[in-house]
Design a protein around this ligand. Sequence first.
Ligand SMILES: O=C(O)c1cc(=O)[nH]c(=O)n1[C@@H]1O[C@H](COP(=O)(O)O)[C@@H](O)[C@H]1O
Length: 305
Amino acid sequence: MLNFSDRLIDAIKKKNSVLIAGIDTTIENIPDYFIKRFYYNEKSEIDNLKTILFEYNRRIIDAVEENVVGVKFQAAFFEQYSYHGFEVLHKLCEYAKNKKLIVIFDGKRNDISSSAKGYSNAYIGETPVFNKKIRFFEFDAITTNPYLGQDSIKPFVEDCERFKKGLFVLVKTSNPSSADIQDIVVEDKKLYEIVAEKVYEWGKNCVGKEGYSDIGAVVGATQPEAGKRIRQILPNSFLLVPGIGVQGGKVEDLKYFVDSNNMGIIVNSSRDIIYAYKNYVNSDFEKSSYLASKNIKESINAVIS
Ligand SMILES: O=C(O)c1cc(=O)[nH]c(=O)n1[C@@H]1O[C@H](COP(=O)(O)O)[C@@H](O)[C@H]1O
C-alpha cells in the first residue's frame, strides 16, 4: 500500500479537490421532515437516534462525494451519544471508506505513551485481542495534540509507518483563544513555531514517493499569518486547514497555506456543508449540501490553481 501522503495526492488529483467534508452532525440540526420520515414511535429513542444519525450522514456523504477528497469525523459529535454514537461512527467510517474517500478521525487524542498507544491502536493501528490483532477502525489519519511531547507522539508515528497512515498535529488552531498558549514567545519564537519544528522532526522519516511527509499539521484558516510561517517550517507536510466560512476564515487566504507547487493542503468545511439546507433548498438537504460542496470546492480551486 502507498504511504498516506501519496494516497492523499492521488485522491486529490482524481477528484480535483482538496475539500474535506466535516461530519459534525447533531440531531437537533437535522431537518424536521427528515426526522419525521425515519422516526418510529414504536422504536426506542436510542434506536431512532442511531437510524437517523446514520441515514442523514450517509446521504450527506453520497451528496458531496463528487466534490470532496475525503471526510473528517469529529469524535465529539458521536461521543455525545455514547457508544450508540460510536456504533454509527463505525458504520459511517466503513461507508465512506467503501467510496474510496480519505477518512480522518478528528479526536485530537493524546496522553502518555502507553495511553497514546491505545488511541493509536484503536483508530489507525490494531489492538491485540487474545492471540489476534484486530483493526477496529479503518481511518486513514487521526488528529492529535502535541502538548505531551515526543514520546506521546511516537506511538502514532510508528503506526503511520507500519500501517501507512497519516497524523495531523495541532500547531495553530482556528479558535479565538488560540493565542493564549500557542502564541507565547519562548526564546524569540512563538510556541506554535516551535511545535511546527517538532512536527518537521517527527515526520522526517515518513516521506512518501511524492516527497510529502505523512505527519502533517492542523492550522486554522483564520490564521493566515501563522499559515505562511508554518508553511516555511514545514515545506513538505500536508496542512489540514479548518475554519473557513462559519468561523471567519477566508478562502482567499488559502494562498498563504499552500506550498510552492500550490499543493500541500486539505481544507475542512463542516457546518456550511452538512447544514447547507439552511441557506439553499430548504426542502432538499442533499441537493443543498451538493451545491455547497461544489461551490466551496470551486472557490478553493480558483485560489490555489
Ligand atoms: O482539528 C480540527 O479539525 C480543528 C482544528 C481547529 O483548529 N479548528 C477547527 O475548527 N477544527 C475542527 O474543524 C471543524 C470546523 O467546523 P466548521 O467551523 O463547522 O467548518 C470542527 O470539526 C472542528 O472541531
